[in-house]
Design a protein around this ligand. Structure first.
Ligand SMILES: Cc1ncc(COP(=O)(O)O)c(C=O)c1O
Length: 376
């Protein structure tokens, strides 16, 4: 086949495959380790809620049936929680599933999509997968979305603006006043995706803009059961927006996403407030301990309001060394090369035991590491 008739468009050929955190089984297979702490994918270290497990287990006997394509029970539970109508809610295979509907429904080759450097790579891949032009504004020096730069980059071709708030992998957030400032400059035909995957952690902070306090017709809020709710494995996310936007997205959505078990697990998780509270308080406690430790070891952690912290190693060589040395000791963390922060590493907050595992490993690694990288 000549290039002119190639099946695969160049914008697909040029995509890089998403790199997930290393799975526990893979590391166990590779190195024969038994004690492994995965601190690489911002999952809930306390696991799923027992309520969610019970609902899902009961649902196994209905697996011969298609799920309710309108997900009535889950949408009703979300509508009650956030005081919305069912028509304002869309569900998908994770919040990333909903991002894929948005991209499919609204973006065409050549359309401009505006976001920031150092944000969620899953979205970059989706935006590029339809041939749109991704414009990335620089961040502030303290690794936050630079709202003024974002405003400066809005053009006649801008169709979508993507903001992760709080942001992954930096753990930082835009303040209420910054969100207001941005919205003053966004034309009403431009769709703003407000990705709030870490909302449950962020809402503890007073100047964090909870998007439920706003009602913009051109904003879609995305949230997920993958993080604070501890259900990353079932792939269930939800979005809130104006009913017209939701109805257009629903037309191109695959009808039976999320699947039956995911719908049931999500309802169970919403009914278990104590589990969510335990999750948030364990996270706050261990995040503070980790931040202090990293400061103490002079790793310049970025102040985070989420369930992970990114910290500076100083070079990509140092990041690789630390990553591999931790793997050798059964601790999986995330280098940030793909986020174009090769001199940083991100670590998710685990249980006290998992964090102790990380600290023990670091104490073994640091004497040689400090010497090798001139940090004595
Ligand atoms: C900012 C952000 N958005 C979305 C996602 C994907 O979440 P989900 O599991 O709901 O697809 C992640 C996952 O790491 C994330 O960090």
């Amino acid at each position: 086949m000549s290039n002119n008739h190639s099946l695969v468009p160049d914008y697909i050929k040029n995509l890089k495959v998403y790199q997930a955190g290393k799975p526990i089984d893979e590391l166990a297979r590779e190195r024969g380790l038994t004690r492994i702490s995965k601190l690489a994918s911002n999952e809930n270290p306390l696991g799923p809620s027992p309520f969610a497990i019970k609902e899902m287990t009961n649902g196994l006997w209905d697996l011969h049936l298609y799920p309710d394509m309108h997900a009535f029970k889950l949408k009703t539970a979300l509508a009650k929680l956030y005081d919305l109508k069912l028509e304002n809610i869309i569900l998908g295979n994770g919040s990333e599933g909903i991002m894929s509907y948005i991209v499919r429904a609204f973006l065409r080759p050549g359309d401009e999509v505006l976001s920031s450097e150092h944000t969620f790579i899953g979205f970059y891949i989706l935006a590029r997968s339809v041939g749109s032009q991704l414009k990335l504004a620089p961040m502030t020096q303290d690794f936050r979305f630079n709202i003024q730069e974002m405003i400066n980059n809005i053009s006649d071709k801008t169709k979508i603006i993507y903001i992760a708030n709080p942001n992954n992998p930096t753990g930082t957030y835009i303040r209420k006043s910054e969100f207001d400032q941005l919205m003053e400059h966004v034309p009403s035909h431009v769709l703003v995706i407000l990705d709030e995957a870490y909302f449950e952690f962020g809402k503890e902070f007073t100047n964090y803009p909870d998007s439920m306090d706003y009602r913009y017709d051109n904003v879609i809020t995305l949230r997920t059961f993958s993080k604070a709710y501890g259900l990353a494995g079932i792939r269930c996310g939800y979005g809130f927006a104006h009913e017209e936007l939701i109805s257009n997205l629903t037309k191109i959505k695959l009808p039976f996403e999320p699947n039956l078990i995911a719908q049931l697990g999500a309802v169970g998780a919403l009914n278990d407030l104590p589990h969510l509270k335990r999750t948030i308080s364990n996270n706050a406690l261990e995040r503070e301990r980790l931040h202090k430790y990293l400061l103490d070891k002079e790793f310049n952690p970025i102040e985070s309001i989420t369930n992970f912290i990114a910290f500076k190693t100083g070079s990509s060589e140092a990041s690789t060394h630390l990553y591999n040395s931790l793997l050798d000791r059964g601790v999986i963390i995330r280098p940030l090369v793909a986020n174009e922060m090769p001199d940083f590493i991100r670590i998710s907050i685990g249980t006290k035991d998992e964090m102790d595992h990380f600290y023990e490993a670091m104490e073994e690694i640091l004497p040689e590491y400090n010497k090798k990288f001139g940090r004595c």
